[in-house]
Design a protein. Sequence first.
Length: 526
Amino acid sequence: MNTPKYSIIPKPQRYDSVDASFTVTSETRVLCVPEFVGAGKYLTDYLKTKPNASKDSIKFNKDSSVVKEGYTLKIDDRGVVITASDSAGAFYGAVTLKIMLMQSKKDNGVATLLGADIYDYPRFSHRGGMIDDCRHFFGTEIIKQTLDNMALLKLNKFHWHLSDDQGYRIESEVYPLLNSIGSKRKFKHLQGKDLPLSKICRHESEESGYCHYYTKDEIRDIVAYAEKLHIDVIPEIELPGHTSSLIASYPELVCGGKGCEVETKNGIFKNVLCPGKESTYTFVENLLSEVVELFPYEYFHIGGDEAQLGHKVWANDCPDCKKAIEENGVKTPAELQSVFMNRISDFLKSKGKTCICWNDGLTDLADESLICHYWILRNPLWVKKESKKRKFILSPSTYFYFDMSYSYMPLKKTYNFNEAKFGITDDSKVLGLEFETWSEWITDKSTLEFSIYPRIFAFAEVAWTKEKYKNYKDFYKRLEFFKLYMKSKRINYSRLEKKKFGVKNVTCYHLGINGNEYKYNENLKN
Ligand SMILES: [Zn+2]
């Protein structure tokens, strides 16, 4: 009777079917209050309605009683009404309607929408996804396609990893060597321990180097594109570790000033910035001043992870860092890192930013305004203690690192994420969730898509839909429509195929490019 007729991901908090139908044609007019024009345009771009369409039937109304980012969507014989209190909510109403229209029966340009009564709003305010453009570079077109699909799933934060050991990817006028040196490395493919040398450079041209960065205009273009999709872009500049590309360009930034090359390997390196020198702060502040100009949103990611090899240099080999440890009255180099991060965070606060830091970069001295980006597993007691002080973004590598193989991290595992497993019992401490796509082994559009899809659908439902409404079997059925969508977009998604062995055992295979096959026994009965 009330069973939903459409497959919507992420699942709305409440969706009842109504015994009614309504037809949409190119003559259907979309009417909006001025604040919701963006949502209306998103819809008319899809419907390709005539500019002088005459039938009034899809309306966007404002009602301040609807929760933030939430919407109601009602379809009956008279038409469609979407109601929201803010432009994001109106946009998500338009997204849901678009998904319904995509699934509606069409005849000679007339789509028949089936009656519905939906009330929907997100569980978390931060629903993000990260792409690492440093280990491999993807470019404007691929980023925009990813943003389109993030918007279709009501994800609203794009975390853009733009600075790492293997390349600096933003045009810099203040420090131009970051491009002429820091954006280049010798090889495209990063040398891994288990990869034979012959497979590293598949093409001769790659031996001549790999040089990429986004111009400021390209970045502004992407930020503006994302804004229309209600996605904030959050840049990440890794500090003080993962900075070989910065140090290769400006060797004076490292303890001892000896410098290094832009890394051509994966891993953790001892080339980290020297926090004992005042000139390091000057450099970082000038650089960040240039970068913040490009990104108009509140959050800024300052990295902070995997600086441990540098810590050894700070404590043992660098007179400047030894002096800084003494003068700041700290006991360990990890605490000196907190002094460094706090100072950078204070600087960015003066620019109106709130900083995000990976969890292994935090000590007890870390400023409470720093948001903990939780990725590497810690004792739940540590998480409980820290979550009393600061907000968390959760990206545990065992659930949301999309570069992991499907055999290690199958779709169902991502779907079954629950923050209580990590010691967080109070949702109000969680700003939100984020998937991460590190690109050491992801080299192009095809491998990127294989890693992200279909996991992004599971992730979106975890981030949007309340825990009590989640159900993997039901999700998996709804995914059928989105497989057709991905096929129509020629997305190289990982195919999950069932093969039956005996009566009870169902083994699923993730099949992808080049015949790669990833076996995993997903018990679909749960
Ligand atoms: Zn030093």
